[in-house]
Design a protein around this ligand. Structure first.
Ligand SMILES: [Zn+2]
Length: 350
């Protein structure tokens, strides 16, 4: 068998900045540049997995805002948060990204354009595209949006799985239709227009189905779902129905495969004993609906329970090996690995 070149991965979603921020000052404090045993991404393991960078989420959990311990299934996990709190925390998460770049500028870089992303990949630096997951930090006049844009923000998920002034998020429920609540508010539609104008990507992951269709109607850019899966394979409210996938395809958009077992498994269970086969089944379905240009990776590393055969970022090559065995050719693997994200970011005007 011919040896195949490694597949670089530009990833649609990770929660590593939050992980670093929460670990700081705790007994889990660590350097990103040293191999850790907990979490999914650090520099040595990223290199081992051919991780070339991705959307680095700035996500503010409800439980932090309420200073409560995380308890699975607690409705407090999805409670609304205030703008002040969200903005303060978002600035701290952004500072974590700047600190990574400042510590090792030869290997870590914050990217603002698709040209920046390509240059980073060509020079073997890990590319960070700053993303807000849940737009609570943004005020209705969008002064914060412009300020964060100036500091490097290039992507926004309008909601996380909770309500804010812009719209409602789909709960993590399975089986369930994603049509669980209201769509975008008028402010939400304005935010989509403002992002289109400014050059900020609008991410539909976590939106209710009504919110999704509102974005599809208002946005002039290709639709992207940074970390969502196929509802036809795993009927979670967080996944995308075939109708939604068809709309994404029609817009020239991209969906990143989420590695969270509860969004992968047919039974929607939190069970890390999930075979690579289940991931391949989603990719097969996504390629079927979206075409070879519409499918990418959106791991959710450091924010989810990943299948045991993957383990952490260093396990990425195992997914590509499984896809190879399922008959995927090298060109398609490179598209799924990084080229489709780079292309849609460029076609979105960044
Ligand atoms: Zn998420």
């Amino acid at each position: 068998m011919m040896t195949s070149l490694p597949i670089p991965v530009f990833d649609g979603h990770n929660d590593t900045l939050l992980r670093l921020e929460l670990d700081a000052g705790s007994d889990q404090e660590r350097s990103f540049f040293e191999r850790a045993v907990h979490g999914h991404i650090d520099y040595p393991r990223a290199r081992a997995g051919n991780f070339a960078g991705g959307f680095f989420a700035m996500f503010v959990p409800s439980k932090i805002a309420r200073m409560k311990e995380y308890v699975a299934g607690d409705p407090a996990n999805h409670a609304p948060i205030t703008q002040n709190f969200a903005l303060d925390m978002t600035r701290r998460l952004m500072a974590q990204a700047y600190a990574l770049e400042a510590e090792r500028p030869s290997v870590m870089t914050i990217c603002r354009t698709s040209a920046d992303l390509r240059a980073a990949m060509e020079t073997n630096r890990i590319a960070m595209l700053l993303h807000i997951e849940g737009a609570e930090a943004i005020d209705p006049e969008f002064t914060v949006l412009e300020d964060l844009y100036d500091k490097g923000l290039r992507s926004i998920g309008l909601v996380w799985s909770r309500a804010n002034i812009f719209g409602e998020g789909a709960p993590m429920r399975c089986p369930s239709s994603p049509d669980t609540g209201a769509g975008l508010t008028d402010a939400g539609k304005e935010l989509v227009r403002a992002c289109n104008k400014l050059g900020v990507l609008v991410d539909v992951s976590h939106l209710t189905e009504k919110g999704f269709w509102d974005v599809a109607k208002v946005s002039t850019k290709p639709l992207i779902a940074t970390h969502s899966n196929a509802h036809a394979v795993c009927p979670s409210a967080r996944n995308l129905t075939d109708r939604q996938l068809d709309a994404i395809a029609e817009s020239g958009g991209v969906v990143g495969l989420n590695f969270h077992v509860a969004f992968l498994r047919e039974d929607g269970r939190f069970n890390a004993d999930t075979p690579l086969e289940t991931m391949v089944r989603h990719i097969d379905h996504l390629v079927d609906r979206l075409g070879p240009e519409g499918v990418a990776i959106g791991s959710d590393f450091d924010g989810c329970m990943v299948p045991k055969p993957i383990g952490d970022v260093s396990g990425l090559p195992k997914l590509f090996e499984a896809l190879r065995e399922a008959g995927y050719g090298e060109e398609l693997l490179h598209k799924i690995g990084s080229r489709n994200w780079l292309s849609v970011i460029e076609r979105s005007g960044l």
